[in-house]
Design a protein around this ligand. Structure first.
Ligand code: ZN
Length: 152
């Protein structure tokens, strides 16, 4: 049975997650509200982005049995991996750019700053979303995290 969007009245199959007309989410976001061990799930999810807790959560019960915490822990590790790879790439690019007279070092500084700022923004969003109980998925890294969180 088709349903229609309460915001723009576009019709869509009732399995649709988002309105094709205006992009409104058609299903309420599933939020974590429980507790895991001594912590609220939301706090554990947010802590996972401070790296060391993510490793602890993935090794220690009952945290490693909680889907929400597992998801954020894996996503945190995935982001770290991306940071390492991007950091390595920046070094290579920086090395090459450095040979451009005058402008080179400036470009290196600028590119590094933009990348670092972008990561800080993404990281802050991830922490806030976890605190709000959302399984906020980044592209690629989030897919991997979701598979790992539900898989084994
Ligand atoms: Zn709509």
């Amino acid at each position: 049975m088709p349903i229609s969007c309460p915001q723009c009245a576009a019709a869509m199959p009732n399995a649709a997650a988002y309105c094709p007309g205006c992009g409104r989410a058609m299903r309420p976001v599933e939020r974590a509200r429980g507790t895991v061990g001594a912590l609220p799930e939301t706090l554990a999810g947010a802590l996972a982005y401070f790296l060391l807790p993510a490793i602890v959560f993935l090794l220690v019960k009952p945290y490693n049995q909680n889907r929400f915490v597992r998801f954020h822990s894996f996503q945190s590790l995935g982001v770290c991996l991306v940071v390492l790879v991007v950091g390595a790439l920046l070094r290579v690019v920086g090395f090459v750019l450095f040979f451009i007279p005058a402008l080179g070092p400036l470009l290196v500084g600028l590119v590094s700053m933009v990348v670092i700022l972008a990561f800080i923004v993404v990281w802050a969003v991830l922490v806030v979303k976890a605190l709000q109980g959302e399984m906020f998925k980044l592209p690629v890294v989030g897919e991997f995290a979701e598979r790992k969180a539900t898989g084994d």
